[in-house]
Design a binder for this molecule. Structure first.
Ligand SMILES: [Zn+2]
Length: 181
């Protein structure tokens, strides 16, 4: 039933596109699952990889890699086209142990400071790994990000979340900075 509904939806979308006069080749393609891992770097250097995306009509791509440097290489060449996502693996050896390894959390937090990533993944985890410390920390991180965005909507600033005394201190410092500027 779900498949039938998806096909119906797909058909309806195509019909709508046809009604708008769009041909299939006019529609932009967003590839939502590309890995640019180390085995690909030699045979497909970044320029060639991007040329292959051109040939396929892929206008934007969601990219992750092991190690993460592959994602950075592609993103540096096409920052408006590559949507970088950070895997919690420094090497393939981390794939089976990352959920319990606290050094992975340090690694991920350090890389996230670059401020370019749009997500954490893709990662692999068995059902038993759900309660492990690293995935739990990821959920906490996501909750902080979500709260931050909700605060924007509500007009709340970071300092509004500080305890009263600390908030006063930060406000005084900000006022001093504003005066000296
Ligand atoms: Zn994958």
């Amino acid at each position: 039933m779900r498949i039938a509904r998806s096909i119906l939806l797909g058909t309806a979308c195509l019909a709508a596109a046809a009604a708008q006069g769009w041909a299939a080749q006019d529609l932009p393609i967003f590839d939502a699952h590309i890995h640019y891992s180390d085995q690909a770097w030699g045979p497909f250097p970044p320029e060639l990889a991007l040329a292959i995306l051109d040939r396929g009509g892929v206008s934007r791509a969601f990219v992750s890699s092991t190690p993460d440097d592959g994602t950075l290489l592609l993103h540096a060449k096409a920052p408006n086209r590559i949507v970088p996502v950070l895997r919690p693996y420094r090497t393939r050896d981390d794939m089976g142990s990352w959920t319990k390894d606290p050094t992975i959390l340090t690694y991920v937090e350090e890389r996230l400071r670059r401020g370019i990533y749009r997500g954490v993944g893709e990662f692999h985890m068995g059902a038993g790994g759900v309660g492990d410390p690293v995935p739990r920390a990821f959920v906490e991180l996501a909750a902080v990000c979500l709260q931050h965005e909700m605060d924007h909507l509500a007009g709340k600033l970071f300092i509004d979340r500080l305890p009263p005394l600390r908030r006063q201190l930060v406000k005084k410092r900000l006022a001093k900075l504003a005066q000296s500027a």
